[in-house]
Design a protein around this ligand. Structure first.
Ligand code: PLP
Length: 394
């Protein structure tokens, strides 16, 4: 190599001396570009057999994809820059044509609804928003013969639990691709593919990461189904960055132990909340009073990690006062952190619904959603109850 300083500054220190050591924590590979001594090796890397350019593939993303695929029980996984990017990609992979139909939850995540509404409008696709726990939903799917059906493992924010096995049979009968957004329970709380889903989607920004420090999303499925999604990601460029992949993988290492504790805490908090005379209703799939309790028992780890409740007589102002009175829970617009995150549903997760869509989904101004954290569960319950009492005061 030349000893001229300009060249040395650019080229020196790019190769590590050979080592047989395997790091327990993988290194972060920020390189967007890799170069090869052999043009044959470069050629094969550009075919996806090695790392050439980070929009095609990158080591930290590969490691995360392997881990998520293993957790989902899938042959393959593709990671994206966010959960929404994952949901967009799985939609785009279906090859919708004008006149095709899409079925999605009427009571699901508002941003997914807004995205799919836009995509459907652009393509001339009919969007049918249905309640996935409606006993008639399978018959409607058979009637509509949609190209794709999206369900959420636990609906957001009303925590309804559809029977994915029943929906999967209806989808199979009409050849619809069955996509399940399993963000709320995480793959530890439910493996959607084993219940008949064709694709399992995660917003890894939530439980998989677990510490609210990286956005991300994944789609997992058979190798055959994932190949076009992988190819499309190279073109669309909505890849996950190496730092985010590394942080998410680090968080994922503790996912099973965290989820067990989150679910136990959620059950405890839900039980404590039922004692409050200030609440209209406590919504937790693990409670016998929940309309989908039997399905939750069969399909979820415990009753899941999320609790919701309606405050008696509260409107938006009381809801906001409640949020501001919290001392342990944090009023943050997300879920899946080690800390308890509390949200006023109508103004946050369902913000992008029209008032009519909110009413059809049954989301009222007094509805609060809680992602139950790893703090002491009695501290969480005491805090929520005290804040409800404070919110009710003028
Ligand atoms: N799916 C569900 C159920 C969600 O709650 C969210 C975000 O809140 C998403 C998807 C979108 O994920 P992201 O924020 O990573 O884009």
């Amino acid at each position: 190599m030349s000893s001229k300083q300009k060249t040395v500054a650019v080229h020196a220190g790019t190769r590590l001396a050979g080592s047989k050591a395997v790091p327990v924590s993988p290194p972060i590979y920020p390189a967007a570009v890799n170069w090869f001594d052999s043009s044959d090796d470069l050629d094969s890397a550009l075919d996806g057999k090695d790392y050439a350019y980070a929009r095609i593939s990158a080591p930290n993303t590969t490691l995360l994809e392997e881990a998520v695929a293993a957790l989902e029980g899938a042959e393959a996984c593709v990671a994206y820059a966010s959960g929404m990017a994952a949901l967009r990609s799985v939609f785009e992979a279906q090859g919708f044509k004008p006149g095709d139909r899409l079925v999605m939850p009427a009571d699901g995540y508002g941003v997914t609804r807004a995205l799919y509404k836009r995509l459907c409008a652009t393509l001339g696709v009919e969007l049918h928003a249905l309640l996935m726990t409606d006993p008639e939903v399978s018959a409607r799917i058979r009637e509509l013969k949609p190209r794709m059906v999206l369900a959420e493992s636990i609906s957001n924010p009303l925590l309804r639990v559809p029977d994915l096995r029943v929906l999967a049979r209806a989808c199979q009968d009409v050849g619809a691709a069955f996509v399940v957004d399993g963000t709320f329970p995480s793959p530890v709380g439910q493996r959607a593919l084993a219940l008949g889903a064709d694709y399992a989607v995660q917003s890894t920004s939530k439980w998989l990461n677990g510490h609210s420090d990286a956005l991300g999303g994944t789609v997992s499925a058979s190798r055959e189904r994932m190949a076009p999604l992988r190819a499309a990601r190279v073109l669309a460029g909505d890849v996950l960055g190496p730092f985010e992949a590394w942080l998410t993988l680090r968080g994922l290492r503790t996912l099973p132990v965290r989820m067990k504790a989150h679910v136990e805490h959620a059950a405890h908090v839900a039980r404590r909340l039922t004692e409050s005379p200030l609440l209209e209703r406590v919504i937790y799939p693990g409670l016998a009073s929940h309309p989908d309790h039997a399905t939750a028992n069969a399909l979820l780890l415990g009753g899941g990690p999320m609790v919701a409740f309606e405050i008696k007589g509260a409107g938006r102002a009381e809801g906001m006062r409640f949020l501001e009175a919290l001392k342990v829970g944090r009023p943050g617009p997300s879920l899946g952190d080690v800390c308890t995150l509390v949200m006023h549903a109508a103004s946050a997760s369902a913000r992008r619904f029209t008032p009519e869509e909110r009413a059809a989904a049954g989301i009222q101004e007094n509805l609060i959603r809680v992602s139950v954290g790893l703090e002491d569960p009695d501290d969480i319950a005491d805090d929520l109850l005290a804040a409800v009492a404070q919110g009710a005061r003028r």
